[in-house]
Design a protein around this ligand. Structure first.
Ligand SMILES: Nc1ncnc2c1ncn2[C@@H]1O[C@H](COP(=O)(O)OP(=O)(O)OP(=O)(O)O)[C@@H](O)[C@H]1O
Length: 331
């Protein structure tokens, strides 16, 4: 389904993109993601397709606002039945609750349900309207990481099974990772669209790289003519070797993958290595990162297994591992 909406107030925003399967619109706080969903749902004044000019109740959207917004004075099943009409509304509501694994808690009040359970009831309520488009505002924000992954897996399975295109807006890179399609918003416009694989392989800008949650996105400037270029990194008072076609003086966002950063003992460090000090360790089941302070900046390093950090480590960055993007005007 093609979305094309233009908002003038309270901020100017234009978004045009295709929603297919589980589509995630990723954007920083304040970009206008909630406004866009409200516009599509008909809750604020805006022009656009689909649903242009229709009052909210006539728009075939299932909208899950932030915090789920269940009616507190209605039981779980009554929340789901809210938009249903006819003698079978209770039965139908129960069928939707069954689908999201909540039939056993149908008589509960929203306040007695966990965040994940409320989310499922809200999803059942949105689906019960038989929408042609599902809108989800920050669907993972109220959930702890374990619940988040479970609820998300169910949500996506449900979206795929129901065959309803879903647009989720978020600034959570974890949500972006499970999308069928990613839409990146920066500076109140769409800056990149693609599968998570394609976007991760080629982020269009430093802003996109930050939105994807990449570690080690820094600011700098290209200095020198092609062939003899350096990357000036003021925060660390460093000048790095770099391979780029960008001209002398270009302000850049740049990125180096943590696994590409080399750690050295000072006695064996290359001439242009940067002095660093250990700040923190971040360990997860599959990854082990060291946060290293370099002047005013922190660089994340992913050392080889069993690596013993020297007392005064030095860091070097292979030029071919550094990716540079010109800084955008509005960045
Ligand atoms: N009713 C309003 N009056 C004035 N400004 C508003 C109003 N609602 C939103 N804004 C402004 O519009 C911009 C976009 O807001 P919006 O809530 O859509 O951002 P968002 O991308 O959803 O952010 P977040 O991720 O923090 O929820 C923000 O700068 C916000 O301050």
């Amino acid at each position: 389904m093609r979305i094309d909406y233009r908002i003038e107030h309270p901020v100017a925003l234009h978004a045009s993109f295709e929603v297919a399967g589980f589509t995630v619109l990723l954007g920083a706080s304040g970009e206008g993601k909630t406004l866009l969903l409200s516009a599509i749902a008909g809750l604020i004044a805006a022009r656009g397709e689909p649903f242009d000019g229709l009052p909210p109740q006539q728009r075939a959207v299932g909208y899950l606002p932030q915090g789920h917004a269940l009616f507190p004075h209605l039981r779980a099943w009554e929340n789901v039945a809210f938009s249903l009409r006819g003698a079978r509304r209770r039965e139908q509501a129960m069928q939707w609750l069954e689908r999201v694994g909540m039939a056993g808690l149908a008589e509960r009040w929203p306040a007695s349900l966990s965040g994940g359970q409320q989310q499922r009831v809200a999803l059942a309520r949105a689906l019960a309207r038989r929408p042609s488009l599902l809108l989800l505002d920050e669907p993972t924000s109220a959930l702890d990481p374990v619940t988040r992954d479970e609820v998300l897996a169910e949500l996506i399975a449900e979206v795929h099974q129901a065959g309803i295109p879903a647009l989720a807006v978020s600034h959570d890179p974890a949500l972006a990772a499970v999308a069928d399609r990613l839409v990146l918003m920066h500076g109140r416009r769409i800056v990149q669209i693609g599968t998570p694989e394609a976007v991760h392989a080629q982020p269009a800008s430093g802003a996109v790289a930050r939105l994807l949650g990449l570690r080690n996105v820094q600011r700098g400037r290209i200095v020198g003519a092609p062939g003899a270029q350096r990357l000036s990194w003021p925060e660390a008072d460093a000048s790095l070797r770099v391979e780029t076609a960008l001209p002398d003086g270009t302000a850049v966002d740049w990125h180096v993958p943590p696994a590409a950063v080399r750690l050295h003992d000072p006695a064996a460090a290359p001439g242009d290595a940067i002095a660093a000090s250990f700040e923190l360790r971040q360990t997860s089941p599959h990854r082990n990162y060291l946060g290293m302070r370099c002047g005013k900046a922190r660089l994340w390093v992913e050392p080889p297994a069993g690596y013993e950090l020297p007392a005064a480590p030095m860091l070097s960055l292979p030029p071919d591992a550094i990716r540079c993007w010109p800084v955008e005007e509005h960045a």
